[in-house]
Design a protein around this ligand. Structure first.
Ligand SMILES: [Zn+2]
Length: 89
């Protein structure tokens, strides 16, 4: 199964991105959905082609999914931004 940006937001996942140069960051799923659409695939190859390191410029990023494990967080209502992405056609 291929996850899309929409399904990651619906499942309350966060996506961490790591570059071999040592740079790492959390990917802004809301911004990605607005830019490329909520049905953008988030498999490793697609993301690697899409993401360019802001430090070294390479497209060699590794991505890792993190569930929101904090029960307070996973029970929270969707934010306005998340709801907007989930409602996108
Ligand atoms: Zn880098």
């Amino acid at each position: 199964m291929t996850f899309t940006v929409r399904s990651l937001i619906a499942g309350r996942y966060r996506l961490a991105v790591y570059c071999p140069c040592g740079h790492g960051t959390w990917l802004d799923l809301i911004a990605l959905a607005r830019q490329d659409g909520p049905d953008t695939p988030t498999d490793h190859l697609s993301m690697r082609r899409r993401l360019k390191c802001s430090i070294c410029g390479r497209r060699r990023a590794d991505i890792k999914l993190h569930p929101e494990t904090d029960s307070l967080l996973s029970d929270r209502p969707y934010t306005a931004e998340e709801a907007e992405v989930l409602a996108m056609p």
